[in-house]
Design a protein around this ligand. Structure first.
Ligand code: ADP
Length: 733
């Protein structure tokens, strides 16, 4: 190889080596730079980590101090909680899921005073064992094992029922245990000794009150009996004395005795009724009764007082309402007597109107009846209205003080209507008048549709003359409903002016200003008019001796039940009366030889009452015997064969109930059934049922009323005896 070639080769190799070197240097430089970068990154990371570590350390410090604070707080809370739990007087304990005590307050532990075993860790069953074993609980007649079993069973239930245990020292503890979610039980032991003592006191007091109430009821029953018996003598004798020849002064004295006696009886009855309702002893006795008749009878009671004051009493009984309903007639009568009596009592002029309307309920025999008693009296001030249904509440003011009363009537009425499932209310304006109303639902048994039989065909135009507008309205409504045309006028003068022979019937009020009903009738006749005239009077007796009476065809007593109104129209307008309306046989037409006298036996031990009875029936054509006790009554039943027996209930030797039972026993052998009427002074309820259960058929309460005795005798008179007619011909009072 040439040198040149060698040199070239060498240069080439050197260049190659230099290039390699350069390259290696470059690589080395790059590696260096990378290393530098890495070292910088590492150092950054170290700085960062160090900062973080610092941070975490600070955080740790904070957490640690928070934790300490929280711990302190928990300790304070726990201390306070325990302090509180210790402060309460009731026992408090926790048990774990295995029924071991975790903790308990001192009250809880103090029950087991001195027993070291009762401490945290003790099991519930062990507590029960110690409680029975040491006699801490008073388990009465129970066996300890049974008692513990019962307590354990309760404890294990998911929701234990509270239980009351009695301790040896007569303390009563109510245990209330509550199971938590984890199975722990919180146990509360409340000391309820005071409550139990209080309850016992209340129970004792209630028993004492009930005993006192029973004593009061029987005292009232006895008092009622004791007072009624002599009252029978007083009222009965006064009634009899009234029928003898007396001068005016003596009449006044007798009337005062009778009225005061009656007033005293009202008070006794009110007080009795009220206490019976209070003691829930009052029972309703529903039976069918004629509501319309009942209202008319009640309206008649205060008639004398109403007449004296010139007050008109009116009844507006819904024309299409049935009259027979099922209810307690005695109690309905009592409410109505009170409302109507009050209305008359508290009204000095104007009128008292009883309005009866009813709504038949669909698909049922029940009828809702509204009865209102409206008056034009002194009224009641708004602030007193809430009080009047309270007991012994009378409106206390000057105007009211002149009226007598017990202040019990409305309280009793409200309770009675409440017992019937109805309601009672009042609307009133002072000085204008009051309207008392009540609503009850009663079943009707009335299928009688002849309440409104229609007018005779020849009556098309009817003239009504009455100064009182309500009266004209009621009467017009009733007559128009029968299909006649009504011409209604307020006084005789206008009526005369309007009257001509197109009028078929005149119905005129009796008592009218200027020209009264009889004067008007006379004037009609003087004009030569012949149509029938019916006088409607609230005091028909006053017309008895009036010569103008010949000008009228019939008299109706006001207020008039619808049936009587229709009958009077029929009778006085040429329509023949029905068979029932035939006049009764006059006494002198009876052939006494054919029939025997009715035999009446009265069993009554009290001589005064015997005398009262004898005098009461003296006007009757009867044969009367007395028995002085039950034994005599039974004997006379056999010997005398009475048609009816009036039987006093309390009698010596054998009382009325026993005597009746004997008589009924005899009748079972011989057949027959003599009506026996109980005469009793016992007005308390329960008597009635007891008496009727003993076999008596009827029941009359003393003091006896002539009318009731007469009605009873009339009802029981047998066909083979002479009809019982007052021999003097005097009307039955
Ligand atoms: P009494 O009539 O025996 O006083 P009540 O309980 O029947 O008792 O009535 C209570 C009171 O209500 C009466 O005293 C009277 O003040 C008032 N009162 C009742 N009815 C009427 C009435 N129709 N008009 C005015 N006040 C009446």
């Amino acid at each position: 190889m040439s040198l040149a070639n060698k040199l070239a080769e060498e240069r080439r190799l050197r260049l190659a080596a230099e290039r390699l070197l350069e390259q290696k240097q470059a690589e080395l430089f790059a590696a260096n730079r990378k290393l530098g970068q890495h070292a910088r990154k590492l150092s950054d990371e170290i700085v960062e980590t160090r900062a973080e570590v610092e941070n975490v350390r600070g955080e740790n410090q904070r957490v640690k101090s928070d934790f300490t604070a929280a711990h302190q707080k928990i300790e304070v809370a726990e201390r306070r909680l325990w302090h509180s739990i210790e402060t309460i007087q009731d026992g408090f304990a926790f048990f774990d899921v295995d029924s071991r005590m975790i903790a308990a307050n001192n009250s809880y532990l103090s029950v087991f005073d001195g027993l070291e075993e009762i401490a945290p860790g003790v099991s519930y069953i062990r507590i029960l064992q110690l409680a029975t074993g040491e006699g801490i609980v008073n388990i009465g007649d129970k066996k300890p094992a049974d008692w513990r079993a019962m307590m354990m069973q309760r404890w294990q239930s998911p929701t234990p029922e509270p239980v009351v245990i009695r301790l040896w020292n007569e303390q009563y503890i109510k245990l209330i245990d509550q199971r938590g979610h984890g199975g722990d039980v919180v146990s509360l032991a409340l000391n309820i000794t005071e409550t139990i003592r209080y309850e016992k006191e209340l129970r004792d007091a209630r028993e004492r009150a009930e005993a006192a109430n029973r004593a009061k009821s029987s005292f009232l029953a006895n008092m009622s009996h004791e007072i009624r018996t002599p009252m029978n003598g007083v009222i009965g004798m006064a009634e009899l004395l009234r029928d003898t020849v007396l001068d005016d002064e003596q009449k006044l004295y007798v009337d005062t005795i009778k009225n005061s006696g009656e007033a005293l009886l009202v008070i006794i009855n009110d007080v009795l009724d009220y206490s019976k309702i209070e003691a829930e002893k009052l029972v309703l006795h529903p039976e069918p009764f004629d509501l319309e008749r009942c209202i008319h009878e009640i309206v008649m009671l205060p008639q004398p007082a109403a007449r004296d004051k010139g007050i008109d009493t009116l009844v507006d009984y819904d024309l299409f309402l049935p009259t027979v309903f099922v209810g307690d007639p005695g109690r309905i009568r009592q409410v109505l007597t009170n409302l109507i009596g009050n209305a008359v009592k508290f009204t000095l002029e104007g009128h008292v109107l009883v309005r009866v309307v009813g709504f038949q309920q669909e698909n049922s025999a029940d009828t809702q009846i509204h009865i209102t008693v409206e008056d034009t009296g002194i009224g009641i001030s708004a602030d007193k209205m809430d009080l009047i249904f309270g007991e012994f509440n009378q409106v206390e003011d000057e105007r009211n003080r002149q009226f007598e009363g017990t202040g019990l009537g409305l309280a009793i009425s409200e309770k009675l209507i409440g017992m019937m499932g109805g309601s009672i209310w009042v609307d009133s304006e002072e000085g204008q008048g009051s309207c008392f109303g009540f609503r009850v639902t009663m079943e009707t048994t009335d299928t009688d549709t002849d309440a409104a039989p229609g007018l005779p065909g020849n009556i098309r135009n009817v003239m009504i003359v009455d100064d009182l507008e309500v009266n004209r309205l009621i009467l017009s409504k009733q007559i128009e409903a029968l299909g006649a045309h009504v011409l209604s006028l307020a006084n005789g003068r206008d009526a005369l002016a309007a009257l001509d022979d197109t009028i078929d019937l005149v119905m005129t009020d009796h008592n009218m200003p200027e020209m009264d009903g009889l004067e008007f009738a006379r004037a009609v006749r003087e004009r030569g008019l012949e149509m029938p005239i019916i006088l409607i009077s609230s005091n028909s007796a006053a017309a008895d001796n009036d010569p103008s009476l010949s000008c009228i065809n019939g008299v109706l007593q006001k207020p008039t039940p619808r049936r009587e109104l229709f009958r009077a129209i029929q009778l006085n307008t040429g329509t023949p009366p029905d068979a029932h309306a035939a006049a009764p046989e006059a006494p002198n037409q009876i052939d006494k030889s054919k029939k025997r006298a009715m035999r009446i036996l009265a069993a009554e031990d009290n001589k005064t009452n015997q005398l009262v009875f004898r005098k009461m029936v003296k006007s009757l054509d009867i044969d009367l015997q007395f028995a002085g006790n039950g034994l005599e009554a039974v004997q006379l039943f056999k010997d005398y064969e009475p048609d009816v027996i009036f039987m006093d209930i309390s009698m010596p030797k054998m009382d009325g109930k026993e005597a009746t039972q004997e008589i009924r026993a005899l009748e079972r052998e011989t057949g027959g059934h003599v009506p026996i009427v109980a005469l009793t002074a016992h007005a308390m309820d329960g008597d009635r049922d007891g008496i009727l259960a003993a076999g008596l058929d009827h029941y009359l309460t003393k003091p006896l009323r002539k009318a009731e005795i007469f009605a009873m005798i009339g009802e029981t008179c047998p066909p083979d005896a002479r009809p019982v007619i007052p021999v003097s011909g005097r009307a039955v009072s």
